[in-house]
Ligand binder design. Structure first.
Ligand code: ADP
Length: 245
């Protein structure tokens, strides 16, 4: 049973197709990169998967259940593109916000997570008083401390400062490898994603490519779309996933 299944999904803004007939499945333990140019519908797809937007046609299943029946949101950690989507003016401390809604509050785990994010010294500060980079780290800690089975990150490379970004990539990679956490990472930067994701969905209003990085690299169609030299650069520059490409 896939963690996410998208079946023949079409979404429109003002009568114009932004996503057309999108179908793919994300199996448990996958690290999927969703890439595509700006405006290709990546954020719209994520919002359809999370039920923030409703498709015109098609369906989404999460953990084997239709989206309309799905209630176990604690299984999913989502970090949106912009923090403004989260209320950073909420009058709570960093620790309170990170632990909000957790049924089991574990001081050791909290301390470890704060340390990991290099915000151990900020635990009792109000979230609204922190710098943007510090707020990003706090929201990342909030997503990770829940140990979700599925992590969805929308374009973190633009939302995160460079240091946090590196930390973020290594942490999500570790969670994926060691705990089998399924990760969906959205970015417009195909070069970056090649370093981390084993699977790739290339979107441009429709699915241009869906498969493993290895398949992407040996695909003649993709060489046709990207040009053989770009494909070569993308495929040979990066290999931190442990596989041979
Ligand atoms: P990406 O995440 O790949 O950059 P988006 O999903 O944000 O792309 O946007 C896909 C398309 O939908 C773009 O053409 C964008 O202009 C359009 N779009 C996004 N949000 C809205 C909106 N709220 N109303 C109308 N069009 C929108």
């Amino acid at each position: 049973m896939p963690v996410v299944r998208v079946d023949n999904l079409t979404f429109r803004y003002n009568g114009i197709d932004v996503l057309s007939n999108i179908s793919f499945a994300v199996e448990k333990g996958l690290y999927l990169g969703i890439v595509g140019p700006n405006g290709s519908g990546k954020s719209t797809l994520i919002k359809n998967i999370l039920g923030i937007l409703r498709p015109e046609k098609g369906r989404v299943e999460l953990f084997g259940r239709p989206l309309s029946d799905f209630r176990q949101w604690e299984r999913i950690g989502y970090l949106p593109q912009r923090l403004s989507a989260l209320n950073t003016h909420f009058p709570g401390t960093v620790e309170e916000i990170i632990q909000m809604g957790l049924s089991k509050k574990d001081q050791d785990t909290l301390t470890r997570t704060l340390k990991m994010m290099a915000i151990a010294h900020l635990g009792s500060r109000l979230i609204g008083e922190l710098s943007y980079g510090e707020q990003q780290r706090a929201m990342l800690a909030r997503a990770l401390i829940r140990r979700p089975e599925l992590l969805i990150f929308d374009e973190p490379t633009t939302a995160l400062d460079p240091e946090t970004r590196e930390m973020f990539y290594s942490l999500t990679g570790e969670m994926n490898r060691q705990e089998g956490t399924t990760v969906i990472l959205v970015t417009h930067d195909i070069g970056v994603i090649g370093e981390y994701a084993r699977n790739l969905l290339y979107l441009d209003k429709k699915v241009i490519f869906s498969g493993t990085f290895k398949e992407f690299c040996s695909s003649r169609d993709m060489a046709g779309i990207f040009g053989p030299s770009s494909q070569h650069i993308i495929c040979h520059q990066h290999d931190r996933t442990g596989g041979t490409i």
